[in-house]
Ligand binder design. Structure first.
Ligand SMILES: NC(=O)c1ccc[n+]([C@@H]2O[C@H](COP(=O)([O-])OP(=O)(O)OC[C@H]3O[C@@H](n4cnc5c(N)ncnc54)[C@H](OP(=O)(O)O)[C@@H]3O)[C@@H](O)[C@H]2O)c1
Length: 269
């Protein structure tokens, strides 16, 4: 892949992971970017420089269900970074399944239109909980609590991954699988297929996405763990993980808790 000839589509640029990816891609400045958002206003609030027209950055706004928006956003891209998602344990969430179905439909349409179509490389935000090796390395009870506290988002993610992996003639998928995500300064990204630390900062995750999306050497990789080099301090991260688990159980299984939480503006750590 030659910098400058590389067109990257980014879906989810307004999220915490996506904005870290976008900041680094804009700093790098060598790629053509095609960004999908559901609100340009939110994107411009985060990246005011994007409100001015640019030759290298195109923005596509709309509902994730709008196939024409996705087709335009993915058209001409050789790589797509997808950082869409939902962190809360909310019954019935389907953003990842819905977007996966539409990504497949959009790429199918692009293949139909272009006889020289090449598979799209999809660098996709997954989770270490969806990696059997990483999940098995956790104490059994801790793994049960984590899988149950985030049951609904993990279900959505599992279904989305099935949809994407069932289209190998259209997509070459790399699952990027971090442990608990935290907002803190970067300490360096650790990439490994063998092991993840307890935590990953959004900054380190963003840097890993850019590394994985922009270098051919990762082209055959199917799944990789990403964590922060400083992400193994158990005294620091155990309270964060326990707080998220408690909120996940209350949000998912106690009727009315989510509405109350939103009313009071309560956040887990
Ligand atoms: N939290 C953790 O500890 C953890 C650990 C491992 C993996 N993960 C994975 O990370 C994902 C969340 O990443 P994050 O923390 O970066 O999320 P985030 O900050 O909540 O961002 C989610 C992105 O998805 C977009 N989005 C959500 N619903 C949408 C919809 N219906 N239509 C269009 N766009 C939509 C959001 O757009 P708007 O900005 O417009 O809302 C935003 O750009 C989860 O799905 C989970 O699988 C999380």
């Amino acid at each position: 892949m030659q910098p400058g000839n590389n067109t990257i589509a980014l879906l989810g640029a307004t999220g915490k992971t996506g904005r870290s990816v976008l900041r680094l891609l804009l700093e790098d400045g060598t790629h053509n970017l095609q960004i999908y958002v559901r609100s340009k206003q939110k994107l411009f609030g985060l990246f005011p420089q994007l409100s001015a027209a640019s030759q290298n950055v195109k923005i596509y706004e709309g509902a994730i269900s709008d196939l024409s928006v996705l087709i335009s956003c993915l058209s001409g891209a050789n790589t797509a970074i997808v950082t869409l998602g939902e962190n809360e344990n909310l019954r019935g969430i389907s953003i990842l399944q819905d977007s996966a179905r539409n990504i497949v439909a959009a790429v199918e349409e692009l293949r139909r239109r272009d006889s020289s179509f090449k598979k799209l490389r999809l660098v996709y935000l997954s989770s270490s909980s969806k990696n059997e090796r990483f999940a098995a390395a956790r104490p059994w009870l801790a793994n049960w609590f984590i899988q149950t506290a985030f049951y609904y988002p993990y279900q959505d993610l599992a279904k989305a991954q099935d949809i994407l992996l069932a289209a190998p003639s259209l997509l070459s998928v790399l699952l990027v699988q971090p442990p608990v995500l935290v907002e803190e300064p970067p300490s360096g990204s650790k990439l490994s297929t063998e092991h993840v630390n307890l935590a990953c900062s959004y900054e380190d995750l963003g840097a890993a996405f850019v590394e994985l999306a922009c270098h051919d050497q990762y082209g055959d990789l199917k799944a990789i763990g990403v964590s922060s080099k400083g992400g193994n301090a158990s005294l620091k991260y155990t309270p964060v993980i326990v707080s998220r688990i408690v909120f996940g159980f209350l949000t998912g299984y106690v009727p009315g808790f989510w509405a109350l939480r939103q009313k009071l503006g309560l956040d887990s750590l």
